[in-house]
Write a protein that binds this ligand. Sequence first.
Ligand SMILES: [Zn+2]
Length: 190
Amino acid sequence: MADREKATGDLGLIQAFVNTVDLMPLHEQLQDPNTLQAWLVANGLMDASHSADEADLKHAIAVREAMRGLIGGNSGVRVYPIDLATLTKAAGESRLRMRFGPDGRPRLEPEASGAVGAIGRLVATLYAAMQEEGWERLKLCSSDPCRWVFYDRSKNQSSRWCKMASCGNREKARRFRAKNTSPRRGEVSA
Ligand SMILES: [Zn+2]
């Protein structure tokens, strides 16, 4: 199985957004309002004539981490009410409304413009992604310091780590150490 599997479509966009930070080793893509603005424009969520400020950056990161928390539910992690409240608030602030598109299909679109609207568009994308069949395959890496979002393509939907070679082995070693105070060399490498 390939490492760090990517989803496509709405699921893929949510995955890409949550993975704008790599927690291990730490690499933050959304470093400042300008990089946020560039990311939103590059992903078709906002017109390039709009800018983003520090408050938008803070808002985007809060929503991103709330989405990470929600996705954790697909990996058996408890979803915290604060994350759900953050997403509800973001939907409200962007004033998501249902509109029927030219194709006759309804979708949620923000009335707010700028970065707040763009973040609302991400929440609408999350809503659409959650209706898709593959939603439950979008998971968080179970290695605690990693928490990367990966798409579980395994047949029985049982993958737990974004990368077996690093995260999977690190986690197995950690559990082994927790169980055995003095592990013998060689036993934790499988
Ligand atoms: Zn991982």
